[in-house]
Design a protein around this ligand. Structure first.
Ligand code: ADP
Length: 193
């Protein structure tokens, strides 16, 4: 089983590259951002709660996010492994993920692939995406900058956890989408030996 954490700031291309990795290695993508957006568009209780954080560019509280992830992992699947896209985003989520993967999948996180993109490129990409995505959190530069601030305040340190476990690989997230994908594939193949 391969279990990949796809890591990086908002706008670094996690969603795009998760889809490439799914195809290449036959994995199931779990995107907490997409799960929240599904709940928001269905106006579920979880969606309404999440919306109050997402619309101002804050992280949704850990317990809510972790419970949602566990529910998703309990769904039956015959996948070869998972890609966690946008999770973990805090130290507490990272610790929880280790436990969850052990308990529910009897497996481990194989690797954390980290997409590196500089801040001003992120802001540019997110503003551009906002023009067509319809995402409220992409619609305003102040909200976008707040998300990047949240990333540095709460998420960036998650990298250290995977570095300590020798599971952290950085990949340049700027360039042709296909070239970035190739670099990600190589990183996965190298850990598979
Ligand atoms: P992006 O990577 O562009 O920020 P996502 O779709 O991953 O987009 O996330 C959108 C929003 O959903 C985040 O700004 C945050 O408010 C919320 N969210 C997603 N994943 C998490 C998480 N693991 N913990 C807390 N909040 C999350």
């Amino acid at each position: 089983m391969i279990n990949i954490v796809l890591f990086g700031p908002p706008g670094s291309g996690k969603g795009t590259q998760a889809k490439n990795l799914v195809q290449k290695f036959n994995l199931k993508q779990i995107s907490t951002g997409e799960l929240f957006r599904e709940n928001m568009s269905n106006e579920t209780e979880l969606g309404l709660l999440a919306k109050s954080f997402i619309d101002v560019g804050q992280l949704v509280p850990d317990h809510i996010t972790i419970d949602m992830l566990i529910d998703e992992l309990k769904k039956p699947t015959d996948t070869q492994g998972f890609i966690f896209d946008g999770f973990p985003r805090t130290r507490q989520q990272a610790i929880a993920l280790d436990d969850i993967v052990r308990q529910h999948l009897a497996a481990e996180i194989s690797v954390c692939l980290s997409l590196i993109v500089e801040d001003e490129v992120l802001v540019e990409r997110l503003i551009e995406r906002g023009a067509t995505s319809g995402r409220t959190d992409d619609s305003d530069e102040l909200i976008i900058r707040n998300r990047i601030k949240e990333y540095y305040a709460k998420t960036a340190e998650v990298a250290d956890i995977y570095k300590e476990q020798n599971k952290y690989v950085e990949v340049n997230g700027v360039g042709e989408i296909d070239a970035i994908a190739e670099n990600l594939y190589r990183a996965v193949e190298s850990i598979e030996g």
